[in-house]
Design a protein around this ligand. Structure first.
Ligand SMILES: CC(C)(COP(=O)(O)OP(=O)(O)OC[C@H]1O[C@@H](n2cnc3c(N)ncnc32)[C@H](O)[C@@H]1OP(=O)(O)O)[C@@H](O)C(=O)NCCC(=O)NCCS
Length: 160
């Protein structure tokens, strides 16, 4: 998947490659107040497989997304994928990379047979909330004290 963004920078959205996890970890430290540990990212790499995507600009990783899907066989209600995390380095934000990563994650979950998607987002994270709403997701309810720092989260759901 190689295409040009609105600013004519060549961006590649692709599966995380061998040896790139440490770079993604550095990106999470730049993006989040409470970044995941490298071990947690390793666990998500194991669970997400092809759903762990990166946005590359040349040899640089500008962002990433992690989407997980339950394995087959599904129950009647289990075709629900999850966007675990999405992050774009601050110096690459507001150029459409978050949108590209989210679209690719939704495509991946569809390819895995998922019919719905869900995620959690900090109730104060207006930019992420706007991105998800623009992509057809809606707030289902508030999860009190969801994050380690005691912050509440919106649980959001959408159709794929
Ligand atoms: C949320 C996040 C992933 C969005 O990534 P992003 O690459 O900035 O997203 P996009 O560029 O696709 O869209 C963001 C904004 O840029 C605007 N935009 C997109 N392309 C643009 C362009 N070429 N020029 C100007 N603005 C543009 C979008 O309209 C959108 O506007 P809004 O913030 O007013 O709604 C990013 O802000 C981030 O990593 N935040 C920190 C981590 C985080 O909070 N992650 C989500 C937790 S689950």
């Amino acid at each position: 998947m190689v295409a040009r963004s609105a600013q004519s920078v060549e961006v590649e959205i692709a599966r995380l490659a061998r040896g790139e996890l440490a770079v993604v970890h550095a990106v999470t430290r730049a993006c989040f107040d409470l970044p995941y540990t490298l071990d947690t990212l390793k666990e998500y790499r194991r669970r997400a497989r092809e759903g762990f995507l990166v946005a590359r600009i040349g040899s640089e990783i500008a962002g990433f997304s992690i989407a997980t899907a339950p394995g087959f066989p599904w129950s009647l209600f289990s075709r629900v994928g999850e966007i675990v995390l999405i992050g774009v380095r601050p110096d690459h934000q507001r150029r459409g990379l978050g949108q590209r990563l989210l679209t690719a994650s939704f495509d991946h979950l569809r390819e895995c047979g998922m019919r719905q998607v869900r995620l959690h987002v900090d109730v104060t994270n207006a930019r992420a909330l706007a991105l998800y709403k623009r992509n057809g997701m809606r707030v289902s309810h508030v999860v009190r004290r969801y994050y380690r720092n005691g912050q509440d989260a919106y649980r959001m759901v959408g159709r794929l």
